[in-house]
Write a protein that binds this ligand. Sequence first.
Ligand code: THU
Length: 142
Amino acid sequence: MDTVKIKELISQAFEAQKYAYVPYSNFCVGAALLAKNGTIYRGCNIENASYTPTNCAERTAFFKAVSEGIREFEAIAIVGNKKGVEKGAGEICPPCGVCRQVMGEFCDPKTFQVILAAGEEQYRIFKLEELLPLGFGPEELL
Ligand code: THU
């Protein structure tokens, strides 16, 4: 993916992060998921007073897309930090195991790119297979 597209995805993840509903952790996460058809689905984390219903930003983005009939994806950009941290001043935010598993359901581990960003200029890119080695996927059930 070219640098312009990477920066665009990161910027959209930061936009999504603004809507994070995080009264319990104060940890704001944003994700921007690029579908193969070019559409970008944004997501934020949504917490709950009962804690376990909390939904991560990545899964919000995936479920928005899948619930609209989109199941083919190219990349996701993820940003996450405690409330109040300036863009570019934080650390990268690795996706949790549950979100990696959801990525594994819909994405090719060899090609799907996971962009972990602290700013538009500070990011690392991983293939899903690096983040979810030997994952249990749909093909196991064939
Ligand atoms: N969180 C995400 O949104 N994505 C992840 O991959 C890791 C964790 C959220 C869940 C919760 O709202 C907050 O970060 C602290 O765990």
